[in-house]
Design a protein around this ligand. Structure first.
Ligand code: HPA
Length: 271
């Protein structure tokens, strides 16, 4: 463990307790209101945790919140460092490794994405079954040792996905499942790129999540990821793509997304 991670773990223990929540939820665009569901919340700004990143994009708060959803302890990470900010995919490395070193078991990721499946309209929710690392960047570049050659065969935990589907069905919330293509950004895709990703077998496209999944699997965490469709992907809708449009659709759809996430956090059995 490097010094920044050791210092971060000791700060997390000091502020939030020796026993970590089993579940850490990483909030992406549109999912921020989930943090309001946390009872008995205690916050620690990323800025106070040496292994955590300083964040750039507006709307991301950069704060760790610990508390409970019902009787389930949870840790909420408000905000990611995105690879499009620097070109480096390892912006969340220290954060993910600190969670693992503290004893967190599951990284439950959320994001906003563009839909490439005509059956998934803006506002639809998708459980990520697998991903395409289109950019071919890895947060493990430069990592020493054989531990870097991680198996990605079951990166998005199949048993937990089945549980999430059962929870969504109980709630009556439609939950799609599909492959997420990670596009480095920050520009949106071209219609030709979207046609390519569709042919390659992806249903959703976004600019996050994949680096954190790789980091989490490398650190021994289980991973689950939920995507909120904020638009049809480039060339599939008349309206031009913009961050403002993403935020507006995400805002309108976030109540249902947050209700599902709340139920999933409460209902998951990690075994
Ligand atoms: N492309 C990439 N990232 C996104 C999109 C998109 O269409 N929508 C929301 N995040």
């Amino acid at each position: 463990m490097n010094n920044a991670i050791a210092a971060t773990v000791s700060l997390l223990k000091q502020r939030l307790g020796d026993t970590p929540p089993a579940i850490a939820v990483l909030l992406g665009t549109g999912w921020a209101p989930f943090a309001d569901q946390v009872q008995g919340a205690v916050d620690v700004p990323y800025a106070e945790l040496p292994a955590f990143p300083l964040l750039g994009v507006g709307g991301h708060q950069g704060r760790v919140r610990a508390g409970r959803i019902g009787s389930t302890p949870v840790l909420v990470l408000g905000g990611r460092k995105h690879a499009y900010e620097t070109g480096e995919a390892d912006g969340m490395k220290g954060a993910v490794r600190s969670l693992a070193a503290w004893g967190v078991k599951l990284l439950l990721q959320t994001n906003a994405a563009g839909s490439m499946d005509p059956a998934m309209r803006p506002g639809a929710l998708m459980l990520v079954s697998d991903h395409l690392n289109v950019s071919q960047r890895s947060p493990l570049f430069g990592e020493p040792g054989d531990g870097r050659f991680i198996d990605m065969g079951d990166a998005y935990d199949a048993a937990l996905r089945a549980q999430a589907h059962a929870i969504a069905a109980r709630l009556g919330t439609p939950l799609h499942e599909g492959v997420y293509a990670w596009f480095l950004g920050p520009q949106f895709e071209t219609p030709a790129e979207i046609r390519m990703f569709r042919q390659l077998g992806a249903q959703a496209v976004g600019m996050s999540t994949v680096p954190e999944t790789i980091l989490a699997r490398h650190a021994g965490l289980r991973v689950l990821a939920l995507s909120l469709m904020t638009n049809m992907a480039a060339g599939m809708q008349a309206e031009p793509l913009s961050h403002a449009h993403t935020l507006a659709t995400a805002g309108a759809a976030s109540a249902r997304a947050v209700a599902l996430l709340t139920a999933v956090v409460q209902g998951l059995e990690l075994g």
